[in-house]
Design a protein around this ligand. Sequence first.
Ligand SMILES: Cc1cc2nc3c(=O)[nH]c(=O)nc-3n(C[C@H](O)[C@H](O)[C@H](O)COP(=O)(O)OP(=O)(O)OC[C@H]3O[C@@H](n4cnc5c(N)ncnc54)[C@H](O)[C@@H]3O)c2cc1C
Length: 79
Amino acid sequence: MKDAGKVQHQHISMAKRNNVWMALECARLSRDILGANGIADDYPIMRHLMNLESVKTYEGTHDIHTLIIGASVTGIDAF
Ligand SMILES: Cc1cc2nc3c(=O)[nH]c(=O)nc-3n(C[C@H](O)[C@H](O)[C@H](O)COP(=O)(O)OP(=O)(O)OC[C@H]3O[C@@H](n4cnc5c(N)ncnc54)[C@H](O)[C@@H]3O)c2cc1C
């Protein structure tokens, strides 16, 4: 869409919102699979999880992207 010049800001919100959410879900599932080893520093999964929590904030947060998409779909600005 970007190459075709058709991308709009709400499309970016859809991509960022789902990307970060899915990455966090994968990291949380990985932590869960490892049980107590996922909490201890034997495996680096918590490092990935904390890294992704910072990505969630600096990429705009799930809630803000939801508001942006909602405004685009409904035409009603809920900010
Ligand atoms: C590691 C890191 C690197 C960064 N790098 C950069 C950078 O290079 N350039 C740059 O410009 N900024 C950068 N930032 C800043 C980042 O963009 C901001 O932290 C981000 O925009 C959130 O703003 P805030 O921290 O003021 O939180 P707030 O806006 O106060 O948000 C706090 C919480 O409230 C929620 N919230 C806010 N407003 C609403 C609303 N209207 N309705 C519902 N919920 C709401 C948010 O979803 C969030 O959960 C970086 C942040 C981090 C952590």
